[in-house]
Ligand binder design. Structure first.
Ligand code: A2P
Length: 344
């Protein structure tokens, strides 16, 4: 059967990607309802060679359009205010913002890792999509945890500007143009705390009392919730001048006594759904943003055992932030939800 599907934030970076991914996955859509603010109501989007008019997000729009599945990607405050109207209209909300993620009654799902949690959607009508950095990290942690049991994770991220939406992407491009026009000193700084072109910024989101940033603490708390485990996680989240793929340098400490077999770890990663290994350092082969961009794969490479501790493994992990970190994960949640609901 087919569903009436709404996309809230239809004109945003993730919203636009959602339409592409929904088409590619042949999502069973009856009626498609693109929603945004009054600013872009009346504009059009294209889906499967057909034009759709963007409608204004209102309290009644879900009921009026008989929406059954609503993807939300318009920021936390929009989800906070409007998700309930979609739920009241009988829809399941798949929310891409951080607003509901740590609510104990809302499942937080990466379908390859914890699909079983989706059944709890009935508690609130909402399923949360994790933070982009968390999604690609747990996709590589899960097979390693199944293999050896993870005790601790230390991660440094290299995060693309797409995490800050279209504004972030446009700001990087503009600053690069300003650089080549010899006017980088006059460039506008809006999306980030500092100039991002030719720079790296070791701050994503706001400071927390413990010295970490909010983005870093999202990686801690969301990873524990998805993995159902009190893992120790320490993150350093860094914004880099890359358009739309996040990279992560990850150090995993397994349980005491584990002697990591690197080939076994590599095989476990390669066998996991939607993960691919590119790991041939001698031939300059490893994952990079230019490899992962526009794909639905989380790439892992530079896999190596620690020189000192036999229970410690290091690797590098890259994925498209807009797809794997947002739109594709949301669509995969939707497909899994449909599969499970049909079984009930
Ligand atoms: P609009 O184009 O009408 O502003 P991005 O993450 O790329 O910045 O995109 C944000 C998305 O969220 C856009 O589609 C934007 O629509 C939408 N949006 C932002 N604020 C609201 C709001 N108050 N109501 C509905 N949609 C909103």
């Amino acid at each position: 059967r087919k569903f009436n599907v709404a996309v809230v934030g239809a004109t945003g970076a993730v919203g636009e990607e959602l339409f592409r991914v929904l088409a590619e996955y042949d999502f069973p859509i009856n009626n498609l309802v693109p929603l945004a603010s009054s600013r872009s109501a009346g504009s059009t989007i294209e889906f499967k060679n057909k034009e759709y008019t963007v409608k204004e997000l209102t309290e009644t729009c879900f009921e009026e359009n008989d929406v059954e599945i609503a993807f939300f990607s318009a920021g936390g405050s929009v989800s906070e205010k409007f998700a309930k109207f979609a739920v009241e209209a009988g829809a399941v909300v798949i929310d891409n913002t951080s607003h509901f993620r740590m609510d104990p009654n809302v499942p937080l799902v990466v379908p390859e890792v914890n699909p079983e949690d989706i059944v709890n959607w009935r508690e609130t009508g909402i399923i949360a999509n994790p933070n982009c950095s968390t999604i690609q990290m747990v996709l590589s942690l899960k097979p390693l945890d199944d293999l050896y049991g993870i005790k601790r994770v230390d991660v440094s991220t290299y995060q693309a500007v797409s995490g800050a939406g279209k504004t972030g992407m446009e700001e990087l491009v503009k600053q690069m143009q300003d650089f080549f026009a010899f006017k980088l000193d006059e460039t506008e700084i809006k999306a980030f705390a500092h100039q991002i072109a030719l720079n790296v910024i070791p701050q994503i989101d706001v400071a927390q009392p413990n010295g970490f940033t909010k983005e870093e603490m999202k990686m801690v708390l969301e990873t524990q919730k998805i993995m159902h485990k009190e893992l120790q996680v320490a993150a350093t989240c860094v914004r880099v001048p890359v358009l739309r793929s996040h990279s992560e340098s990850i150090t995993v400490t397994f349980e005491d006594g584990v002697e990591v077999d690197v080939d076994a770890a590599r095989d476990a990663l390669a066998a996991f759904d939607d993960v691919e290994v590119i790991d041939d350092l001698a031939n300059n082969a490893y994952p990079m943003p230019i490899v992962s961009t526009d794909t639905d794969i989380t790439y892992v490479g530079r896999i190596r055992r620690d020189v000192y501790a036999p229970n410690v493994l290091h690797y590098f992990n890259v994925a498209d932030q807009v797809r794997v970190g947002a739109a594709t994960n949301a669509v995969r949640i939707g497909l899994k939800w449909i599969e499970m609901e049909n079984d009930i």
